[in-house]
Design a protein around this ligand. Structure first.
Ligand SMILES: [Zn+2]
Length: 320
């Protein structure tokens, strides 16, 4: 089995109120087709369908305060309740206390030890590496985990050669904001096809999308809607080319934010845990058992409830 992990920063499952929640206002025809016609809302989860399972995952983890990115991402990447260990939610970038957990071992380093292939499929622009090299920019939790596992971050050459994708999926950012007028651009469905093609080259691949958290902080309803219309097409293109027999797609987040634009802060909402793949692979993931040991039907008794459950389940799925 292979796993593609799509990380959407700051996406919780919110209320069905189009005044504050873009997911209540917006139509995502492809995603809704996976969810039996339901929108990506709190009331839609849990859901088990023919091709997808939607679970509500707790990101607050019993620690007071609002969940933050460094700790939330580090929990996903280690399986450890780091907010509980350090006594707070922390972010956006890891402080030494959070970094220690990631440097001590994480999903990427564990997979490399097991001789699996793994990659972060985002392409980073030259200015990102300049910032890191000059000490002005700290790694966020995900690139810190990747680089500490001895893997490299993909760069401009990788992007031009089609070995990695733009953080906005389609590449508009490279042509516009980043100033590379000849950079490749994709239609959203093509970007989804490309994501499937890249994910097939690894046992485990990861894609980080941060614009959702940004839209939440900006409280920008129109932009949020535009982003997720596009994301629905990306997802459609991805699933078109995805082989459910050999792979599982996991889409999750570190904390709520964009689902409640009445506040520019994060929320303590449950986050999406969306699995796309065969019934067997999804059931095995949810139950926490490798699929070769037998498949409990659909939603098994031992369900994954919070962000700490993701790490081990990915390892189990990849060893099946
Ligand atoms: Zn944020």
């Amino acid at each position: 089995m292979r796993v593609l992990f799509i990380f959407l920063d700051g996406v919780g499952l919110g209320v069905d109120d189009p005044n504050i929640n873009p997911f209540a206002r917006l139509e995502m025809p492809f995603l809704q087709s996976l969810l039996g016609g339901n929108k990506l809302l709190a009331k839609s989860a849990p859901y088990v369908g023919e091709r997808a399972t939607l679970l509500p995952l707790d990101a607050a983890l019993g620690v007071k305060g609002l969940p933050q990115s460094a700790t939330g991402q580090a929990v996903l990447l280690t399986g450890i309740n780091i907010p509980q260990e350090i006594g707070e939610h922390y972010g956006p970038k890891p402080n030494p206390a959070v970094a220690k957990f990631l440097l001590n071992g994480n999903l990427f380093s564990q997979l490399i030890k097991q001789n699996k292939t793994a990659a972060l499929l985002n392409a980073y622009p030259p200015r990102y590496f300049d910032g890191v090299d000059s000490g002005k920019r700290l790694y966020s939790a995900i690139p810190l985990a990747v680089t500490s596992a001895g893997l490299r971050l993909f760069d401009k050459d990788d992007y031009y050669a089609g070995r990695a994708l733009s953080a906005d999926f389609i590449g508009d950012g490279w042509r516009g904001m980043l100033g590379f007028p000849d950079a490749p651009v994709y239609e959203p469905r093509e970007a989804g096809n490309k994501l499937a093609e890249l994910a097939k080259q690894y046992d485990f691949s990861f894609f980080e999308y941060w614009a959702s958290d940004y839209a939440g902080h900006k409280q920008d309803m129109n932009w949020a809607i535009e982003q997720f219309k596009k994301f629905d097409d990306v997802l459609s293109g991805l699933c078109d080319q995805w082989d459910d027999k050999n792979g599982l797609i996991l889409i999750t987040s570190d904390h709520g934010n964009m689902e409640d634009l009445s506040t520019r802060r994060h929320t303590d909402a449950k986050v999406l845990g969306l699995l796309i793949g065969s019934v067997e692979a999804r059931a095995a993931f949810v139950s926490g058992l490798p699929s070769r040991t037998g498949v409990p039907p659909l939603l098994a008794t031992r369900t994954v409830n919070d962000l700490t459950g993701i790490y081990q389940r990915i390892l189990n799925t990849l060893s099946a």
